[in-house]
Design a protein around this ligand. Structure first.
Ligand SMILES: *Cc1c(COP(=O)(O)O)cnc(C)c1O
Length: 398
């Protein structure tokens, strides 16, 4: 028997403008870093690069945690790493779920054998800390609270200040998803007193998908060390992975994705060069202009003022507009990708990612012009420039 070779042509993907929920546009410097030569994963040069990436990640996360690494895998691997290490069978875990990613955390808790307490608010809203406190009291002892800082499925931004202190007062660890905030919205792990925090490379860091920044507080590491049972996952066992990342140890566990580490290093160099505050201000400025443009079209943001993510803008399309047809038109005629609604919000949302390198005035103007045009294709009376001029006035500060 012989299997004939398939005929596969040259790879020529379209050059898309990625303004959906991720992946985001990759910075040219990151692409360049990825084409530099492979080193062995235990080569002293590569070990030096790992040290640099750890220091850069501590800056991005604003943490002094010695355990700060990049997990091999996408953001979901970071989520799984955080939860499988912290949770032992029988532990009570409170998960705040108001979207796809909160629900994913809840699913993983069950798979770890944890006793799930799921808190819910309507999608697009955030969790009052009093609700979390109530659950901590009612279900004591609680091993951990899991919450999503930046819920990409709804565009809601969860207030975090004081949450770690609250959890610790009840003996619980705080697990936080910062996949769509790290590098775009302020993440301050030590100020939040968060214990297990993970992110991804393909959102506000503007890398391809493939690594998950991950940090554990000393308190979380103590909990991992005090486990009575082995971590369910061999690949994501923090203790074993730590022995590879720890200075002086560098014990082989699995082969690091070398080119992705190069990519992340360059992406984080860009973050360091721009500075955190200017970078966050850029994300806020572009989101404000985008929302002004949408409002001029009669499209309203899902979440309330002050609870919206600048990196992921979820808006309800104007009455009578076929949102899916507009997205299809954007991809086919403009090479622009945007997202739609998920779950209960399917067919009811546009989700525009303005993440990292993708958060620019140029992209805001481009996507609004294309959406205006898409609405005119559906016979809507939208004067050309309606949204674009509102966005430009926002940039002018008018
Ligand atoms: C994208 C995302 C994830 C999952 O990341 P993948 O890279 O798709 O595995 C997890 N949480 C949030 C909030 C996300 O936006």
């Amino acid at each position: 028997m012989s299997i004939p070779a398939p005929t596969v042509g040259e790879l020529v993907p379209s050059v898309r403008l990625l303004l959906g929920p991720g992946p985001s546009p990759v910075h040219p410097r990151v692409y360049r870093a990825m084409t530099t030569p492979q080193l062995g994963h235990l080569d002293p040069q590569f070990l030096g690069i790992m040290n640099e990436v750890q220091a850069q990640l501590r800056f991005a996360f604003q943490t002094a945690n010695p355990f700060t690494i990049a997990v091999s895998g996408t953001g979901s691997a970071g989520m799984e790493a955080a939860l499988v290490n912290v949770i032992e069978p029988g532990d009570t875990v409170v998960i705040c779920a108001a979207g796809v990613f909160g629900n994913r955390m809840a699913d993983i808790v069950g798979r770890c054998g944890g006793k799930l307490v799921k808190l819910e608010v309507p999608w697009g809203q955030v969790f009052p800390h009093a609700t979390i406190e109530e659950a901590l009291k009612k279900h004591a002892p609680v091993k951990a609270v899991g919450i999503v800082h930046a819920e990409t499925s709804t565009g809601a931004q969860q207030p975090m200040d004081g949450l770690g202190k609250l959890c610790h007062a009840h003996g619980a660890l705080l697990v936080v998803d910062t996949v769509t905030s790290l590098g775009g919205v302020s993440v301050t792990v030590d100020d939040w007193e968060a214990d297990a925090v993970y992110s991804g490379t393909q959102k506000c860091l503007s890398c391809p998908p493939g690594l998950a920044p991950f940090t554990l507080s000393p308190r979380a590491l103590d909990a991992v060390r005090a486990r009575k049972t082995k971590v369910q996952s061999w690949y994501l066992d923090a203790g074993m992975v730590a022995d590879y990342w720890a200075e002086g140890k560098r014990v082989y566990h699995h082969t690091a994705p070398i080119s992705m580490v190069y990519a992340l290093r360059e992406a984080l160099r860009l973050v360091c060069e721009e500075g955190l505050e200017p970078r966050f201000a850029r994300h806020r400025r572009n989101a404000a202009a985008l929302i002004s443009g949408f409002r001029a079209l009669g499209a309203q943001p899902l979440s309330s003022d002050g609870e919206r993510l600048p990196s992921l803008n979820a808006v309800t399309p104007p009455e009578g507009v076929d949102e899916a047809a507009v997205r299809k038109y954007l991809l086919a005629d403009h090479d622009i990708e945007i997202g739609g609604g998920l779950g209960p919000l399917a067919g009811k949302l546009w989700r525009i990612g303005l993440m990292g390198y993708g958060s620019s005035q140029q992209n805001v103007v481009t996507v609004l012009a294309a959406i205006e045009q898409g609405m005119r294709k559906q016979g809507k009376a939208v004067a050309p420039g309606t949204a674009v001029s509102a966005a430009l006035r926002s940039y002018d500060g008018a």
